[in-house]
Design a protein around this ligand. Structure first.
Ligand code: ATP
Length: 291
């Protein structure tokens, strides 16, 4: 829980959420609330533009922003998709592939250090009582870094580093949430990468093949086809949990103003500065006056 220190006394101000808690992502077709536990998992969202990927990511980012045990690392090729969270992010990567690669390498170092720490204790994964921050790396839009900007070699390096993060991060508290509006080319979501995302979310897709590219081969022919979602059903998509059956659900819509309010509050709970000791303020004033 966050705290503000007043004259040496700590006053709790956080809302007490944790990344170990289930995260509210919306309601299913029967009106039941849908929660996911992202800890030890990753999430991939794919769908055509306007299908509701950002809405889903907003639900996760707002939860993470309000968690005292979460640190956000954001990758946003457009600046504006995740830009509202910049004040609560440890690192914000804009449309800069080189910066994205450096940041992923730093996260890889965190992974290595955390595994060395776990190994020294003969353990396999972190738990809430370790009080280690959960790092939530959010990538929107995946294809921008993996297939659009920069040299092929750099795009491949980005994809390799991201794959490592997705594959190894879960047990040591590094979670990847990635979105793409181009679930169409094997270069953007190769099956080997897709299959290691514990949660996969398909918003409306243009074809049944694109839907399968996100959810996994075969689901469309069994009736779980995101290309059958009507264009006017923004925010509706299929959410698949590893080993389960896709659930048709709708994400909760938040306006920019609502997000701003949450982020403002979250930023306040995350402040590391404290209200200065009144005695020190008086001292500064007296020095100024003396001058
Ligand atoms: N749950 C929802 N309820 C109502 N409207 C929604 C919902 N989700 C999305 N929308 C509408 O759809 C629009 C596009 O949603 P969103 O930005 O989440 O899509 P996207 O898939 O991220 O698009 P892009 O790929 O272009 O970034 C929103 O501006 C909003 O008008």
């Amino acid at each position: 829980m966050g705290a503000v220190t007043v004259a040496g006394r700590s006053v709790p101000v956080g809302c007490g959420l944790s990344m170990f808690d289930p995260i509210y992502l919306g309601r299913d077709e029967y009106g039941r609330p849908v929660y996911v536990r992202l800890i030890y998992k990753n999430l991939l969202s794919g769908g055509e533009p306007g299908s509701g990927k950002s809405t889903l990511i907003n639900a996760i980012c707002c939860h993470a922003a309000l968690c005292a045990d979460a640190r956000l690392v954001l990758f946003d090729g457009k600046w504006v998709e995740l830009g509202q969270y910049e004040d609560v992010a440890d690192k914000f990567v804009g449309p800069d592939l080189a910066d994205a690669i450096v940041t992923l390498k730093r996260l890889q170092r965190v992974l290595d250090n955390r595994y060395a720490w776990l190994r020294a204790q003969g353990r396999r994964k972190i738990v809430a009582s370790d009080h280690l921050s959960v790092i939530v790396a959010v990538v929107d839009e995946l294809a921008y870094f993996s297939a659009t900007v920069g040299a092929k070699q750099d795009q491949e390096e980005f994809s390799t580093l991201l794959r490592d993060l997705v594959a190894r991060g879960r047990a040591c508290g590094v979670i990847v949430v990635a979105a793409t509006q181009r679930p169409s080319g094997v270069d953007i979501i190769p099956a080997s990468l897709r299959d290691i995302f514990g949660y996969r979310h398909a918003g409306r897709c243009t074809t049944a093949d694109s839907s399968d590219l996100v959810l996994g081969r075969g689901w469309a022919s069994q009736g779980f086809d995101a290309s059958a979602i009507a264009p006017e059903q923004s925010g509706v998509g299929y959410l698949l949990a590893e080993g389960g059956v896709p659930v048709l659900m709708k994400t909760p819509w938040m306006s920019d103003g609502q997000i701003e309010a949450v982020v403002d509050y979250a930023a306040w709970t995350r402040r590391t500065d404290t209200i200065p000791d009144p005695a020190q303020i008086a001292e500064v004033v007296s020095i100024k006056e003396a001058a």
